[in-house]
Ligand binder design. Sequence first.
Ligand code: GLA
Length: 730
Amino acid sequence: MAILFDSTSRLFTLRTDHSMYQMKADRYGVLLHTWFGIRSSVFDYSYRIAYADRGFSGNPYDAGEDRTYSLDALPQEFPVYGSGDYRSTALKVRYPDGTFSCDLRYLKHEIRKGKYSLPGLPALYETSGNADTLIITLEDTRRMFYVHLYYGVLEDLDIITRAVCVENHSNADIYIENIQSVCVDYLHGDYDLHTFYGRHVKERNYQRTPVVHGIQSAGSTRGTSSHQYNPFLILSDRNASEDTGNCYGFSFVYSGDFIGSAELDQYDQTRFLLGIHPDNFCYCVKPGECFYAPEAVMAYSADGLGSLSRIFHRAYRDHLCRGKWTTTRRPVLLNAWEGVYFDFNGDKLIQMAKDAAALGVELFVMDDGWFGKRDLDVSGLGDWTVNEEKLGCSLKELSDQIHSFGIKFGIWFEPEGINEDSNLYRSHPEWALQIPGKKPTRSRQQLLLDFSREDVRDYIFTHICQVLDSARIEYLKWDLNRSLTDLYSAALPATRQGEIMHRYVLGLYDMLEKLIQRYPDLLIEGCSGGGGRFDAGMLYYTPQIWCSDDTDAIERLSIQYGTSFGYPVSTMGSHVSHCPNEQTRRIAPLNTRATAAMSGTFGYELDVNKMSADEKDIVKTQIEEFKKYYDLIQYGDYYRLTNPDTVEAYHGWEFAAADGSEALLCIVALQIHPNGPGRWMCLKGLREDGIYVVDGREYPGGVLMNSGLLLPDAAEEYQSFRIHITMKSN
Ligand code: GLA
């Protein structure tokens, strides 16, 4: 059993194959956090807690004259606002009398077989019986509400998930002003916080900073998880590396506002929290109702950042992404966007699709511009009717033509967006998020629909279905091209306007769920101006997400490097585009553009017509090569070998089969120096004693991993190499 409870000491121990998590309801019923780290035999880790009389650290009333017992210093599982813990806390509730001071005590618990799920929210799933659920119920000492703490233990995945439910059992409304899904207290140690910051066309840059006194945080108040910070954070030992050291990963399975924070407190203890950002959040829980805080996924690795990432890769690839496309080969696609932008008609698309099919492309995607009055990004959003005049044919005719080349057909939508210059806005201005009496903030000259409203979602859903039902469409790109502002919903009273951000995300999930239930074979790719909503919440509905609008292969190395810490390669939408690159004007060899794009879902985003015969031949062989290595790339173990932002010359990464039988080493020469030194790369994930063949030469795996492989000399800057390594014997 992965969850153990000792009734005498009221000790809860959660164990995965390699990690352990522990809590204890103490003599006052306060739920203490006692351990998160390496798996050991069951032992009461509360021995590590030091009790001392600390000035200005108050004592709960029931501790009597014991001045050494203070919530201000104790490691707690779910610390609350207002009863003497002055650090960041996990819950702040406004009571009906307007006060905020809260105190929670252990009431009961339940252990269930299988992994819990959450109503209306994405969550990891486990169907093979290797998961257990623990629900600990804490009660507010004023007896108004319960807090149910959910724990999912996915033993062989080395994953522990958490979620929180607040149940109002009083007869008055309560308001949740802050709720965090995760709190972990570390009693001692020096930690680094790893975050992934960015902006449009430069997402998920990797940053590592020491945790110092005070609060460091990364979050979003944009209504989406955002380009700016990603809801995946790592806390690690100060000296942890790719291959060594204690690392703790925290991922929020949510696509809206979030905050992850680390606080080094006055007693040199570290508290980590992850949950919904409180700035745009105030949720009313009516008598008898429950509020569910989204799931957060936690993992621990004793062996550095690389193995931590591989835990998340496996879990997200196989236990978060759902449906047919989790296991079915995804098609190599050609997206028309950077090839033609808005300037197309049916004939042009058909020609592109025909050329692409001849090269081995398996799916043609028509991007923005096929609907309403949409020849630029200033109008038409919201009017999901096919512009047959522009296409010169119906959608069915276009789709049939494209299918006649033996390939699939896909289409772009931005369901949440609306232009003021659209028929939908003219008939329903109140459906857009805007505040009466205030001019809204425009972005890309558009507004957003109030997705917290069911009637609005129903309208859009009906129109999307009409389009999808009118032709054979196997792929849908779900885009969103701005952040949320002007939060006001005509459907909610003044007292509940603080719920819009969260209700918007729930509305988004509701519609995506309806879509995948109705079209189970549809491959949906998430997108938000590139990777502005690249998060675990979206992956529950869309098994791949367009990684960035920056298609420059060299820039992509950093973006995909950062993304790889928390997300598997199988989720990263990545395409080869034209050169000079549209975003940077850089010229990178076609081979290198493919090296970068192959470390993702792989596709092209260009006009095949503009390619030379030689380039077309190269593309053909690239697609063949990708198909050959598909399983290794998509399901193999991913190893970061260097950091593209700090490496001196050659950047490398590797895919290795889980059994070490083969590997694909990818190298890009970021800088070359005439008369330069030899360049070496140490491989990973091979068998020490296996004999590997590289370019006809034999090496023991241990030699390749410890001494390294001498790399070929690059003849030009940005040249890349894909080196396939196979094991002969062991
Ligand atoms: C966003 C997407 C692009 C493209 C455009 C279309 O920017 O990220 O890939 O679909 O919208 O307007």
